[in-house]
Design a binder for this molecule. Structure first.
Ligand code: HEC
Ligand code: HEC
Length: 284
């Protein structure tokens, strides 16, 4: 009996050891994945200073939803304290990272998903911004560089043990890194299918999938992002109403946390109309 117990003890002890060592190894693998440096092609950009460019840049920050995470004055905020990481959207003003960033650094972070140190950014949705043209990116960067400085004490972004374990496998941070070159030019903003395609196949496709055919969300708890062909057939006023209030034709209000209608609400009517015209060309 004693020997049996002894053996059982040894087996349990060995199992615990396997789990502990396995967890340790996995967390080391995860930490290495988090620290991996990614090479991305950045474009050499000339940043404009004229007021039209700055105004367009401010508008772009609105319709691409930067404030939704980085805060109304873009001075950053803690987005989550629990789960895989303490998620901190950086202070983009000159008192924060804006004070150190060169145009290439902005480009690397915004359109490629990589921080100044070359590591992958987490939660920052560069997949929605990878399609932004150089012509628009320079306006956006020009605006960011002229933000008033806002001092803010933010804790560092930090992965938890859970985050490190996940980063060893299921949480593939390199999926948020975009290595393809970015487009140089884009259609003039307005109520055209071309402009709508440019916005929809970048920004909207990030969640609704390529071709806007619908896609399962990456974000835990988010509903399925549906095929947008049907909404392209809604009466135009209905489409604009839903995209500015979040209320769908059946009366249900969409949570802006999952479907960011707060940013489509900031588009000009013509820009939104361009998106609608493009969606109307999609086959159901
Ligand atoms: C869904 C939330 C979200 C949105 C929307 C978002 N960001 Fe971010 N952003 C983050 C988070 C979180 C980080 C920090 C990621 C990290 O450190 O791994 C970040 C990091 C960055 C960085 C790198 C900063 C650094 O510390 O090096 C820049 C630059 C940036 N964002 C700019 C923007 C701009 C410009 C927009 C709008 C076009 C935008 N972000 C929209 C969440 C967001
Ligand atoms: C961050 C992810 C995300 C982005 C970016 C996004 N959507 Fe969505 N969208 C969703 C999700 C998730 C739903 C489903 C929401 C629900 O059912 O409550 C949705 C629902 C919708 C609906 C309702 C469709 C229907 O048939 O009920 C429309 C229309 C829509 N989105 C249009 C757009 C457009 C246009 C863009 C780009 C300008 C866009 N979305 C960008 C996530 C996103």
């Amino acid at each position: 009996m004693r020997t049996v117990l002894k053996w059982a003890g040894i087996v349990v002890g060995a199992l615990v050891l396997v789990v502990v060592v396995g967890g340790f190894v996995a967390s080391r693998v995860g930490a290495a994945n988090i620290a991996r440096v990614h090479e991305v092609p950045v474009t050499s950009l000339t940043i404009p200073t004229d007021s039209a460019a700055l105004a367009r840049g401010a508008h772009l920050a609105g319709i691409y939803g930067c404030q939704d995470c980085h805060g109304a004055d873009l001075s950053g905020q803690v987005m989550a304290e629990e789960g895989p990481a303490r998620i901190v959207a950086s202070n983009l003003t000159p008192a924060g990272i804006g004070g150190e960033y060169e145009p290439e650094d902005w480009d690397r972070a915004i359109r490629h998903g990589v921080g100044v140190d070359g590591t992958a950014l987490f939660v920052m949705p560069s997949g929605a911004y990878h399609n932004i043209s150089d012509a628009e990116a320079v306006d956006l960067i020009a605006y960011l560089e002229t933000l008033p400085p806002v001092e803010k004490d933010l804790p560092p972004m930090e992965y938890t043990l859970l985050g490190k374990l996940l980063a060893a496998g299921p949480l593939d941070l390199s999926k948020g890194v975009y290595v393809d070159p970015t487009p140089t030019s884009s259609p003039a903003p307005g109520a055209t299918v071309e402009y709508g395609a440019y916005v929809a196949e970048g920004l909207c496709a990030y969640c609704h999938g390529e071709g806007l055919v619908g896609k399962e969300a990456d974000q835990p708890g988010a509903p399925f992002a549906p095929n947008l062909a049907a909404s392209g057939q809604w009466p135009p006023e209905q489409f604009h109403q839903t995209m500015t209030t979040g209320v769908r034709p059946d009366g249900r209000e969409m949570d802006p946390e999952f479907m960011p209608w707060t940013m489509t609400a900031k588009m000009t009517h013509d820009e939104r109309e361009g998106v609608r015209l493009y969606l109307a060309t999609l086959a159901e």
